[in-house]
Design a protein around this ligand. Sequence first.
Ligand code: TYD
Length: 142
Amino acid sequence: MEKDPVISSVYDCTVLELDKHHSDRKGNLTVVENSRTVPFEVKRAYYLYDVPGGESRGAHAHKALYQLIVAASGSFRVTLDDGRVKRTFLLNRPYQGLLVVPGIWRTIDDFSSGAVCLVLASELYDEDDYMREYDDFIRFKQ
Ligand code: TYD
């Protein structure tokens, strides 16, 4: 189910409810499994943390990368934009993950103090997969 990044839309991006294993008095555990929980193979994980209040991250789109974005701690806001429609998601639960398909501009802001933004990604880091200029992104989507 590869998404064509030129025609992908914000409605292809959804919040996935992840497994939450609760043990009384011992807290919770959430699992993400390749191809089962997420519709891609996870090749890379990275996390954003210590983001100062008022700062925003992201502001780019990918040509081929799928991502699952999780508020592993705290909260932040993710704004997705397909060149036509914008959707905003408040992520604040470690057992929810926002699936972002290729061809979507994203910005992340409103980080709470102590927020950890965990990203599971379908490919290794490749700067050539990035669109970092909004005008280039809009041209790509047309
Ligand atoms: P950047 O993409 O600018 O972060 P964001 O878009 O979330 O604000 O990445 C910041 C720096 O980290 C940049 O120099 C590239 C580097 N980086 C890697 O080396 N590997 C990675 O997997 C990622 C995501 C970033």
